[in-house]
Design a protein around this ligand. Structure first.
Ligand SMILES: CC(C)(COP(=O)(O)OP(=O)(O)OC[C@H]1O[C@@H](n2cnc3c(N)ncnc32)[C@H](O)[C@@H]1OP(=O)(O)O)[C@@H](O)C(=O)NCCC(=O)NCCS
Length: 195
């Protein structure tokens, strides 16, 4: 798969400083631009994370608005050029945030690991966008960090997510408890042969 190119978004301090990121990796794929989150994505992120269908397999379920606002402020504040983190998923043709894809850090079976997560608005499901975004994040991760693996934590009933995982080269490793929810742990390893 053509997994995209990496660039960086450079913005100077002006106007709303809280929304100023310095250099941040942008990832381009044939159809998508993965860009940093901005505070102005609040409405889009609220629509995403309060949608019961999108949050069906989430440990926390749909999020209340204040959680989303706090979460967004934290994501924006933590932007660093080399941090594995979450990108806003947008189309090449529009800057509108349609979901997220990226990394967060979690304890799994006694080990802290980077986890890749993705959630997209239902309106764009079924067109290969999650696979395209996840593969691009995978390639960024191994090109930019020294880590040898990342994992995906997937509810056994979440066939769509398991299929995305499979398509980016993740392999099931074991079952675990993720904050009280049983999940399958899938790993993508640096030496895996991605096709
Ligand atoms: C999981 C999710 C990101 C997939 O997004 P998407 O853009 O529709 O995924 P893709 O189009 O890249 O599809 C990838 C594969 O999954 C398959 N797939 C997608 N939805 C499916 C479903 N509901 N049931 C079975 N397979 C499904 C696709 O057919 C495709 O496989 P194929 O190429 O062999 O046909 C999206 O459904 C979503 O946001 N779900 C809610 C959030 C979530 O569960 N996130 C994952 C948490 S671990």
């Amino acid at each position: 798969m053509d997994c995209g190119t990496f660039a960086s978004e450079s913005r100077t301090a002006a106007g709303n400083d809280a929304d100023t990121l310095g250099n941040f990796p942008m990832i381009e794929t044939p159809r998508l631009v993965l860009r940093p989150f901005r505070l102005t994505d609040r409405g889009a992120l609220s629509a995403l994370l309060s949608d019961p269908e999108v949050m069906r397999f989430s440990v926390s379920g749909p999020k209340p608005c204040h959680d989303i606002v706090d979460g967004l402020e934290e994501w924006v504040a933590n932007h660093r050029p080399t941090n594995p983190e979450r990108w806003a998923v947008t189309l090449q043709t529009s800057d509108e945030c349609l979901g997220f894809c990226g990394f967060s850090f979690h304890p799994v079976a006694g080990e802290w690991v980077w986890e890749l997560g993705y959630r997209l608005l239902p309106a764009i499901w079924g067109q290969g966008f999650a696979t395209e975004a996840a593969a691009a994040c995978r390639d960024w991760f191994f090109a930019t960090t020294r880590h040898d693996k990342f994992v995906l934590m997937i509810d056994p009933a979440n066939v769509a997510s398991a299929r995305v995982a499979d398509k980016i080269g993740a392999r099931y490793e074991f079952d675990a408890d993720c904050y009280g929810m049983p999940v399958g742990i899938y790993a993508v390893r640096r030496l895996a042969n991605f096709t």
